[in-house]
Ligand binder design. Structure first.
Ligand code: PLP
Length: 421
């Protein structure tokens, strides 16, 4: 099936007389006829839902849909994108381990990797993703467990060279984890370029309507975990009476461990209602992405010719440093998110934002409604100037998330606000 069809039909197939729309299984638990059956569920020897922290029928359908969209063997919905990143990392990293991440990533992920996980003994080396292979190779250590990057970085709007980083990671025996939030599987499927694990903040385009906070981890099933580097996946799990994930679950080892061990213990589970809302968003994702991209291309072109605009970052804008790479990874479009800077820095940027009437000033992005954010005063506020620079964020940078309104109305709003800036 093509992705438009998958978005509508994967994951849930009603039987005769069953509801056409995905039902919301608003139940914490599920009944069984025998204690023996429940015992089998606990032994992972039978399939079925027992408790909604671990799995739930509504959530399960949406997980199957997203796994299909990304081309993976399985997926795990989480309570937020942050929880997805946390679990994706903790699933293969413990105190004493090391990871390598692109410096050009979402500020919340940066904090998680740079501050919080460091406090728990997991060290992160941040790299300029445009550095040459030799500089990146030099960072790998015996305790390195993964490489992390974002397909389209928030808010630097750079394009990550997934294929190159997959090769570098694999040469050093570790998986590549890619945050594919802005691209969505409609615009880019990182597994096709060698990524091993994909995560999303489903809060963004996948939902698209700003009605639920959520995340997802998708496992390609392609990484070979059996090297000594990943004992958590190969050796018996004492918290699960001796399950050895690679032995017992084969290609689904990573995603099974994430669910039955980490989701069980950390409890960052999604709600059935949240999954239902996410599914409504997923059903129209391809249509929405097409319009987001078309509108954003028009807005980026307009901004790039405006005298008050210092620069525009949009990979599909001819002349953009990532244009060629975007043609490879994002042939259908580069999402609706644009970053641009107004001449005159922070003060004028704020004046522009406050003058907008249609676009809203919100801590959000990738929504059906056009919205703006000033990263240096909001999402990336915790970063030092040097860290901001490494993430590609100038004081006057505005992140504009182009919505689905009529292009003329968006253009008119931007034009009048620029006049006042
Ligand atoms: N990854 C990216 C690229 C994001 O933009 C965000 C949030 O903005 C996250 C992860 C975190 O997701 P959430 O806000 O759903 O926890």
């Amino acid at each position: 099936m093509k992705i438009e069809t998958q978005c509508l039909h994967e994951g849930y197939e009603p039987g005769n007389g069953e509801p056409r729309a995905l039902p919301i299984y608003q139940s914490t638990t599920f009944t069984y006829d025998s204690t023996e059956h429940i015992g089998k569920l606990f032994d992972l020897a039978a399939e079925g839902h027992m408790y909604s922290r671990i799995s739930n029928p509504t959530v399960d359908c949406v997980e199957r849909k997203i796994a299909a969209l990304e081309g993976g063997v399985g997926a795990l919905l989480t309570s937020s994108g942050q929880a997805a990143t946390l679990i994706a990392v903790l699933n293969i990293c413990s105190a004493g381990d090391h990871i390598i991440a692109s410096s050009s990533i979402y500020g919340g992920t940066f904090n998680l990797l740079d501050v919080t996980l460091r406090r728990y003994g997991i060290e992160c080396s941040f790299i300029d993703p445009e550095n040459g292979d030799a500089a990146i190779e030099a960072l790998f250590r015996a305790n390195t467990k993964l490489v992390f990057g974002e397909t389209i970085a928030n808010p630097a709007i750079t394009v990550f060279d997934i294929e190159r980083f997959a090769k570098l990671a694999h040469r050093n025996g570790v998986p590549l984890v890619v945050d594919n939030t802005f691209a969505t599987p409609v615009l880019c499927r990182p597994f096709e370029f060698g990524a091993d694990i994909v995560i999303h903040s489903t809060t963004k385009y996948m939902d698209g309507h700003a009605v639920q906070i959520g995340g997802v981890i998708v496992d390609s099933g392609n990484f070979c975990w059996t090297a000594e580097r990943f004992p958590g996946l190969t050796e018996p799990d004492s918290s699960y009476h001796g399950v050895a994930y690679t032995r017992d679950f084969g290609r689904a080892a990573y995603i099974t461990k994430a669910r039955v061990q980490l989701m069980r213990d950390l409890g960052a589970s999604p709600t059935a209602m949240g999954a239902f809302l996410l599914n409504l968003g997923l059903e129209t994702l391809p249509l929405r992405m097409e319009r987001h991209c078309a509108n954003a291309e028009r807005i980026a072109a307009y901004l790039s010719t405006h005298q008050k605009v210092e620069f525009v970052k949009y990979p599909k804008l001819p002349g953009n440093a990532y244009y060629e790479r975007a043609m490879k990874y994002l042939p259908l479009g580069a999402s609706g998110v644009i970053a641009f800077s107004i001449r005159g820095g922070r003060e004028r940027a704020v004046r522009f934002m406050d003058a907008l009437t249609l676009a809203s000033n919100v801590v959000h992005v990738a929504d059906i409604r056009t919205c703006v954010l000033h990263p240096a005063s909001a999402t990336h506020r915790q970063m030092t100037d040097a860290q901001l620079e490494a993430a590609g964020i100038t004081p006057g940078l505005i992140r504009l998330s182009v919505g689905l309104e009529h292009i003329d109305d968006i253009l008119a709003d931007i034009a009048q606000a620029l006049e006042q800036a």
